[in-house]
Design a protein around this ligand. Sequence first.
Ligand SMILES: [Zn+2]
Length: 382
Amino acid sequence: MDPALQLLKDLIAVDSINPSLVAGAAGEAAVARTIAEAMRGTGLTVETQDAVPGRPNVVGIVEGRAPGRSLMFCGHIDTVGVAGMKAPFDPVERDGRIYGRGSQDMKSGVAAMIDAARVIAESGGLAAGKLVIACVADEEHASIGADALVTRWRADAAVVTEPTDLQVAIAHKGFEWVEIETEGRAAHGSRPRDGRDAIRLMARVLNGLDVIDRGLQSKPPHALLGTASLHASLIEGGRELSSYPDRCHLQMERRTIPGEAPGVAAREVDALLTRLRSEDPDFKAASKEMFARSPYEIAADHELPRAMLHAHSTLAPLHPCTPAPIGMSFWTDAAILGDAGIPSILYGPTGAGLHSVEEWVDAQSVVTCRDALVSLARDWCR
Ligand SMILES: [Zn+2]
């Protein structure tokens, strides 16, 4: 069996569910040990960095024989939960596919990038420059792993090996989370003059969000990402049937596109609440940004995506793919690397079912991904 696929199976077999998503879950420590051992076994220099205690990143280095440009491959080693899956940690191979939690998202990309470093190390290493293999924690929650990584490791370019169906992705959306609370007045349900209904006050907010969203989605779209959008994610309010609700709490998400300034969602909500207050002096509400991550984009004619497309195209007779770079809808650690000044792209294997009960990756695409990463590293590190 190809060593990249053996490593992938070894990684799937180790539970690394993100404990910030699923209380009491295993976290990254065990899979980080498996990875550290695999990288040491092929001669890489290996360092472990705790993002927080028990939540490690593992970084392997191939040092070139002369100074030169550095290249980072970066992938997350946590997975989402496994509720409803029959055998999430049993890496079954069937009809050219490998099944299991993390097979697509993204232990396949991680196996491909580690095995690319093995191929390079075992075939004489790099003449110049440096290859950094960054395996990071917590991408599925708050990316504390990538945040910690960029405080210690930099590179002249990076490839995040999230699954892209072997296409080169140069852009993805960002997101902003905002919470809004309306304030009513609790009272006996029979006394309308005493009560003020916080849930119906929130309805005004929801109507306003509807207008904002329609506006966003009727703007000219980003060429690769479409338009920005928002949705109301979570709502709660009220205490019992016979009382006026004194408060209603909403958490919403706004997806952002390149060119939008950070904090745009909080400002839109602010303006909406200001308008609602001016329309009704009894309207009381407050809002606050909870968390935000920026969108990401690199120019299509930047050397890095061109070099990645070229590296892939050397394998193209076997594996044709769209020749132009694409955009991904979901947020990735590429934004953190990009914000840290590291030009980044995404390129990874083909599969389906990420975050669902049946997840798989196409085995041949993992091998192709590995081979293309080897080719890129030899081309870039000089
Ligand atoms: Zn992922």
